[in-house]
Structure formats: C-alpha cells, structure tokens
Write a protein that binds this ligand. Structure first.
Ligand code: ADP
Length: 347
C-alpha cells in the first residue's frame, strides 16, 4: 500500500529526526564538559610551569613543554570530536533501523484496518452485484419483448421486488457488520443477565418460532456478562436465527447458560441439518455459506450472521466454537468473560 509506505517513511524521518537532535545535543554537552575540564587542567599546568623560576638555560625546555601541552589539548579535542562523530553516525544507522521498525509498528493497526476495509468493500460489492445483474438481465429481456403482456410485466416486477428484498437484507447485514467493526465502547459496558439476553433474542423471532412450530427450551441462572447489551443480544439472535433457519419444523432449540470459571458459557443447541466437518473452519468467514446448492434456494442468508457473531465475541474477548453432526444438529458455544477488562495496547 503506497499510502502506508509513504506514511511509514515520513514517520521514520520524524522519529529519526528526534533521535538525532537528542544525540547531537548529548554529544555537544559531552564535548563541552570534557573539553572544558581538560582545558582547565592544562591551563592550570601551564600557569604553574610559567610561574616556575628556571635558569635561562632551561627556558627552551619550558617552551617545548608548553608547546607539547597545547598539542595535547588539540589532540584530545580532535579525538573527542572524531569519537563523537562516529557515535552520531552509529546512532544515525541504528536509529534509522529502529525508527523504521517503530514507524511500521505504529502504523500496523491502521494498515490492518485499511486492508480489512478493502476486503470488505470488494466482498460487499461482489455480493451486491449479483441481484443487480439478475434485475438488469430480466429488464433487458422484457424490453426486447415487443408485446409484453400485463401478466409478464407483473411477473417481472414481482421478481424485481424479490431481488430488491435481497439487496435490502444484504445492506442491513453489511451495516450491522460495519457497526461492530468499530470496537466496543467501554462506556456502554454493563452487567447483562444471560436470561435477559435470551428473552430479548427470542422476542425478535416470536413469529418465526410459531410459524415453524419450534419448541424453545431455555435454561439460565443468575449469571451476568459484562458487555454491550445490544451487541450481546445481536450475538444470541444470530445463533438463534440460524438454529431456527436450519432446523426442521417442530424441532427443539435450546438456549443454555452456565457459569464457567470467571466466565459464562452460552450454548445454542439445535437438531437441524448440521454442518459438514469440512465447512466448519469457514463458516465464521464473511459471505461463506455452507452447501450452497442446499441452502441458497431453501434458506435465505448471505453468510454474514456468523461473522457478525464472531466479531461481537472477539470484541468481548470471548471465544466461539461449534460442534455439529450432519443431519443430527449443531451446538454453538460462546464463552464470554464474566468481567470485561479493556485491553491496553502499547501502539
Ligand atoms: P447465513 O445463515 O446467512 O448463510 P451465517 O454466517 O449465519 O450465514 O452462517 C454461515 C453458514 O453456516 C450457513 O450458510 C450455514 O450453512 C451454516 N450454519 C450456521 N449455523 C448453522 C446451524 N445452526 N445449522 C446448520 N448450519 C448452520
């Protein structure tokens, strides 16, 4: 990514600039202190020698000695300058590497988020295009028809409405997913009783539960989970929605909650179609739908639900797992810490 590369380059220059200013200030102070000390010492010696009463025969020795003292001072100063120069050169090289490393680390979360956004946009536009392509081709075929009957026109409109409904469902799913991309607001965190999560999630699907004659079995104690209530309800709702969607009419769906060592374990158990072992690693990926031939026609969805659920679980620092036997049913387990401690990151 060019944007990140150029930001990393600029940040490296800033960090290196700061390091070099500090290093040069330190060198200058060191030079001043050492040079002043040695000059004072040599001046003292010079004064003592100058004041020494000597016979004229020894005067050339005195002059030679004073010249040697001056040479010693010059040599000391130039050696000190060379060493400090070498030190600053080494600081420049090591500091350059270190600055680049720090700049990359500082920018990594931004880079990850930009890449995620890019993937999201690519996936979303791909999925949005499908219903639009269907609508376009149906309309084109109808327009080519010279004598389009009212019945055909009505059929076309009905089919278009279906595609529009899909687009609406898809954009609603994308919006929900985007909402949870932002992160958890610590101010919105409260202790939510598991029983209330179940009640609120069930409320959303009363109609479908009745329509599919699903028997609901709910077991929850007094345990509470620290979290954002609306997203936790959304999490249970996604799992419950799937359990209802992928279960036969008249089957039982269980919602269970139990305390588990400083955490709470929520389980959503169904006796539906189940998931093949080969699909399990992918079902939490965005837009992934297992067994397309089976589910695309019969069950509506865009493969967004479980990625939303996973995102909510991650935000609450929990874990989600699934056990499933095809044609027997699935159990989704979510383990959430009873207490939410916001993570502190260095960068
Ligand atoms: P969607 O249900 O919209 O397709 P999800 O992300 O919620 O998307 O689920 C991804 C896939 O995982 C589904 O297409 C389905 O194949 C499978 N799946 C999820 N939950 C269940 C379940 N309870 N029983 C069977 N299959 C499931």
């Amino acid at each position: 990514m060019r944007l990140i590369q150029s930001a990393a380059f600029k940040l490296t220059l800033w960090y290196l600039g700061i390091i070099m200013v500090l290093s040069l200030l330190f060198s200058w102070a060191l030079y001043r202190v050492s040079s002043d000390q040695i000059t004072t010492g040599i001046n003292r010696q010079r004064e003592a020698i100058t004041r020494l009463p000597l016979p004229p025969a020894l005067e050339p020795r005195r002059t030679a000695y004073l010249t040697a003292l001056d040479d010693q001072l010059d040599k000391f100063n130039s050696t000190l300058l060379i060493r400090l120069g070498a030190l600053n050169l080494a600081t420049l090289l090591v500091g350059g590497g270190l600055s680049y490393f720090l700049a990359r680390r500082t920018l990594r979360p931004i880079q990850d988020s930009l890449e995620a956004q890019g993937r999201f946009t690519a996936d979303a536009s791909h999925e949005l295009r499908t219903p639009l392509t269907v609508m376009r081709s149906e309309i084109e075929v109808a327009l080519r028809e010279k004598h389009l009957s009212a019945e055909d026109a009505r059929g076309l409109l009905a089919s278009n409405l279906e595609e529009i409904a899909k687009l609406e469902a898809l954009s609603a799913g994308l919006l929900r997913l985007a909402r949870f991309e932002g992160g958890l607001d610590p101010a919105a965190v409260e202790a939510v009783p598991a029983s209330e999560l179940f009640e609120e999630a069930i409320d959303r699907f009363q109609g479908r539960i009745a329509e599919r004659k699903i028997q609901m079995e709910v077991k929850a104690g007094a345990e509470t989970i620290d979290g954002d209530r609306s997203s936790l309800v959304e999490l249970v709702a996604v799992l419950l929605d799937n359990a209802i969607k992928y279960s036969p009419i008249g089957s039982t769906v269980k919602l269970l909650s139990e305390p588990a060592a400083a955490a709470v374990r929520l389980s959503v158990v169904d006796s539906g179609v189940g998931i093949k072992a080969s699909d399990i690693p992918y079902i939490f990926h965005r837009f992934y739908r297992a067994d397309r031939s089976r589910s695309k026609e019969q069950v509506n969805g865009y493969g967004l639900g479980l990625s939303i659920a996973k995102r909510i679980v991650d935000l609450h620092q929990g874990a989600i797992t699934v056990e499933s036997i095809p044609e027997k049913g699935s159990t989704f387990r979510v383990k959430l810490p009873a207490q939410y401690i916001p993570k502190k990151s260095l960068f």
